[in-house]
Write a protein that binds this ligand. Structure first.
Ligand code: NAD
Length: 261
């Protein structure tokens, strides 16, 4: 049954995994706040199409989540506009691939800010309301790189390992207030984030595009298939359902068996 009383923020939902999660939530009836960057007209089309298709209220907020004040404001603006933040998916993320000795200092700071600190900032802002209403479902998009490393991804791997610690802490703080916090850890999904790192990986490893896809990306994934954004969206819908009430503080892999090795 559509639950039009619930509002979900999905950060980084103008593209890739976040967009699929936001679409899944809106199709289930939740009101959804989209967030992320991109062409304004293209984002407005995504927003308007999803609203028309689902009948849910679909808002867009362009907060830059590399900034603490904007991350907090995303939550307070949503509470003001839609009444509450019941579901929060911290999904916005970026990547940079480089040997550590050449890793640009500003890329380290940006990746730590967006892939780790932004989740702290939004949760910090949302937690009081969730506790007061005795309902909250927080999902942090981690990665297989929250559990294992690959070379040349120092900032990303550090941030994603860090988000598991944040997830566990928030899970404990919310446990008796019906606030749940979990991390999902996908393997490779062929989104712009992965597309964009193929040229850098070709350079770093002196490989062709096909070699990067088959020998680097899918080499780690025993299924030899990319994970589909829709699979992740379906999993998130389960995690916000009542059936998942006792799943809390978990890192849940969706990686075709990558981290089983
Ligand atoms: P994507 O590049 O398709 O989407 C990233 C989203 O983040 C976009 O909407 C973008 O506009 C937004 N964004 C970028 N900078 C932002 C900022 N400063 N403030 C707000 N939003 C910003 O990437 P994706 O593959 O869909 O990745 C989504 C999440 O999934 C990331 O956290 C990523 O680390 C994680 N992940 C991806 C994969 C994969 O293989 N694609 C695997 C595991 C985990």
């Amino acid at each position: 049954m559509p639950d039009r009383t619930k509002t979900a923020i999905v950060t980084g939902s103008t593209s890739g995994i976040g967009l699929a999660i936001a679409q899944g939530f809106a199709r289930s009836g939740m009101n959804v706040v989209l967030n992320g960057f991109g062409d304004a007209a293209a984002i407005e089309k995504i927003r308007a199409d999803l609203e028309k298709e689902t009948g849910a209220r679909v808002f867009y907020d362009g907060a830059n989540l590399m900034k603490a004040d904007e991350a907090g404001a995303l939550v307070t603006r949503t509470e003001a506009a839609l009444g509450s933040v019941d579901v929060l998916v911290n999904n916005a993320g970026i990547q940079h691939v480089s040997p550590i000795e050449d890793f640009p200092l500003e890329k380290w700071d940006q990746i730590l800010a967006l892939n780790l600190s932004a989740a702290f900032w939004t949760i910090r802002a949302a937690m009081a309301g969730m506790k007061a209403r005795r309902y909250g479902r927080i999902i942090n998009t981690a990665s297989a790189h929250a559990l294992v490393a690959s070379p040349f991804k120092s900032a990303y791997v550090a941030a994603k390992h860090g988000i598991l610690g944040l997830t566990k802490t928030v899970a404990l703080e919310g446990a008796q207030f019906n606030v749940r916090c979990n991390a999902i850890s996908p393997g490779y999904v062929l989104t712009p984030l992965v597309e964009n790192q193929i040229p850098d990986t070709m350079k770093a490893r002196n490989m062709t595009r096909e070699q990067v896809i088959n020998d680097v990306l899918l080499a780690a994934q025993p299924t030899k298939e990319f994970v589909k954004p829709e699979d992740i969206a379906a999993f998130c819908l389960f995690l916000v359902s009542d059936a998942a009430n006792q799943i809390n503080g978990a890192s849940l892999s969706i990686d075709g068996g990558w981290t089983a090795q």
